[in-house]
Design a protein around this ligand. Structure first.
Ligand SMILES: [Zn+2]
Length: 581
């Protein structure tokens, strides 16, 4: 659509000419004229003036766009621009009634202020905390804050608040100045272009029907935000009590640390890793060179459990099972982290996830909680390597000689392309056996493309996990006891058993996970013993062994590291031919 504007014609009836042309229909498209004097300040209030309406709409639109760009990025700018458009376009709509025009001015101004306030708050949070308003950190802080703390906070941060408010005031001034100059009705009959404008307005309104678009609108977003805050407080009241009860229960159980000297145990929980894609497990692409090098160096001190299974295809239930010994509902067992603390361990929770539920149900049991990733949702692109420094700090801590360091990684959680650095995909430029196999199985091009990205994510993952193992291997004195366990919360389907990619409760790929144990002292399963199936919901029993904790609830038959281990197949909602491969 081309818009040409001609101002300043001599003919008073033809002074402002705005031509709207549809491509390919230029001949038929009627030009619409409406008279206006030249665009000078003294004429701005004169009644017939399309130029000033266009200018007003342009300036208000540009102000809105600038505000939106301040608080959002990428595709969201475009989405919000569409949501913000209707009142801006309304300025072009000729109105006859002066009262109606005053209403329009007020509404447009309020509109700009609404978007402006939203943008300024977002920009401030991003600038100060690199966090979105609906991130766990901000929601948590806001939900936890009382009036006194708010006042203290403002006293500390009023300067930046003033800076951002100034931006808002400036925008308000500009919008107020220009919103008054919307189009005035030139004649009774609505010309064709007015009807076109109506169509554009309608299109913008359609955006409001789409939920993912609509919820970005400041009014909708902040209404829901305050609801989340409320829900959050209500849920927490229960969670904190639950944690207190679990701690009390753990103290009652009175677990005993049974080892001599210092003990450092690292638990690495990753996300969405399917063992079938790991070179360590025999995959055709070299996705785990570093872990394989560790294995070559460490031999029997590193046990790769070849047939590891999760019993849940998504994170929340998987973690609940892991930390509650595979029986979260039945016998109300204590929380593993509570037991570790009761046995004298100092516990770290270092996470690249931003998940309120996990934070409340598990992470908050730890003495030290480091949530490295503060942007919620699947679009968050914090690479797992970000956590390595935090883990190093935990190793360096000298306040205790009993450490349990839990590391929660994003692994290869979709979108896969966000899980490895840019230009770090070596699997997308040549046709190999894996690619040929996928073609033979009839997998579509996009699934094969996802497989390449997934494997690139695994290669980067191999780097992070190996670093964590390396740190564990080299921390402390050589004789100090150290152990390391690595497993995924669940698997992932990337064209393995069906032509799709993602979490997969309905195929075995959703449950096929890696599980690897390393320790510098005391034997681990070797040879045939590493072929025994292992289930992630029983990981707690093995962890208690790694921690060297004796307690009344011990069950050797569920501890894969024990000679008395007895496999029992879990009930999962897919048919598995054999758990032993
Ligand atoms: Zn997950």
């Amino acid at each position: 659509m081309g818009i040409s504007l001609r101002c300043g014609s001599k003919d008073p009836a033809k002074v402002g000419t705005l031509k709207v042309q549809r491509q390919g229909a230029a001949q038929n498209s009627p030009a619409f004229d409406f008279p206006s004097p030249r665009l000078t300040p003294s004429h701005i209030d004169a009644p017939r003036h399309s130029c000033s309406a266009l200018l007003a709409s342009g300036v208000v639109g540009a102000t809105l766009l600038a505000l939106i760009a301040l608080g959002h990025d990428g595709r969201r700018i475009a989405q919000l621009a569409v949501l913000a458009a209707p009142p801006v376009l309304w300025l072009l709509w000729p109105l006859h009634s002066a009262r109606l025009r005053r209403w329009r001015t007020a509404l447009v101004w309020l509109w700009v202020m609404g978007f402006g306030l939203d943008a300024v708050v977002r920009a401030y949070l991003l600038d100060t905390y690199q966090a979105a308003p609906d991130s766990a950190m901000v929601l948590g802080a806001a939900a936890n804050t009382n009036a006194r703390e708010s006042a203290e906070y403002l006293r500390m941060h009023w300067r930046s608040a003033v800076v951002w408010s100034a931006a808002l005031v400036a925008a308000g001034g500009v919008a107020g100045l220009f919103a008054r100059h919307g189009a005035v009705a030139p004649r009774a009959r609505r010309p064709f272009w007015v009807r076109s404008l109506l169509l554009i307005l309608l299109a913008a309104c359609v955006a409001y029907v789409s939920k993912p678009w609509r919820r970005l609108h400041p009014v909708v977003f902040w209404t829901q935000w305050s609801q989340s805050l409320h829900d959050q407080r209500t849920a927490w009241a229960g969670q904190e009590k639950t944690r207190d009860a679990q701690r009390a229960q753990a103290r009652q159980v009175a677990p005993v640390f049974s080892r001599e000297g210092p003990s450092t145990v690292v638990l690495v929980i990753t996300d969405s890793i399917n063992r079938d894609n790991m070179g360590l497990y025999g995959y055709g692409r070299p996705t785990t060179p570093r872990l394989q090098a560790h294995k070559a160096q460490e031999g029997d001190r590193m046990a790769v459990l070849h047939n590891a299974w999760s019993v849940d295809a998504s994170t929340l239930p998987a973690l609940r099972n892991m930390f509650h010994f595979g029986q979260p509902e039945n016998e109300r067992p204590p929380h593993l982290l509570a037991l570790a603390r009761a046995a004298g361990y100092k516990v770290w929770w270092i996470s690249n996830h931003d998940d309120l539920a996990i934070e409340q149900q598990h992470a908050r049991h730890a003495d030290v909680v480091d949530m490295v990733n503060r942007t919620p949702g699947r679009a968050s692109a914090s690479l797992d390597g970000e956590i390595l420094d935090c883990v190093q700090e935990a190793f360096a801590d000298t306040s205790t000689d009993r450490k349990l360091i839990v590391v929660h990684l994003m692994g290869a959680h979709p979108h896969y392309s966000l899980r490895f650095p840019e230009n770090a995909n070596p699997f997308d430029d040549s046709v190999d056996a894996v690619e040929n196999g996928l073609v033979k199985d009839g997998r579509s091009a996009w699934v094969r493309h996802f497989r390449q990205e997934y494997d690139a994510a695994l290669l980067y993952h191999d780097f992070v996990v190996s670093e964590l193992l390396q740190q564990t291997r080299s921390t402390g004195k050589p004789d100090d006891y150290r152990a390391w366990m690595y497993l995924s919360d669940h698997g992932q389907e990337v064209g393995h058993g069906s032509d799709r990619a993602g979490h997969s409760p309905a195929t075995a790929s959703g449950y096929r996970i890696p599980a690897v144990v390393w320790r510098n002292r005391e034997p681990l399963p070797t040879g045939a013993a590493t072929q025994q199936p292992f289930r992630a919901d029983w990981a707690g029993w093995s962890l208690m062994d790694l921690l060297g904790i004796r307690w009344s609830g011990q069950k050797a038959e569920r501890n894969v590291l024990d000679d008395r281990y007895e496999w029992r197949a879990p009930e999962i909602p897919v048919a598995v031919e054999s758990f032993s491969r």
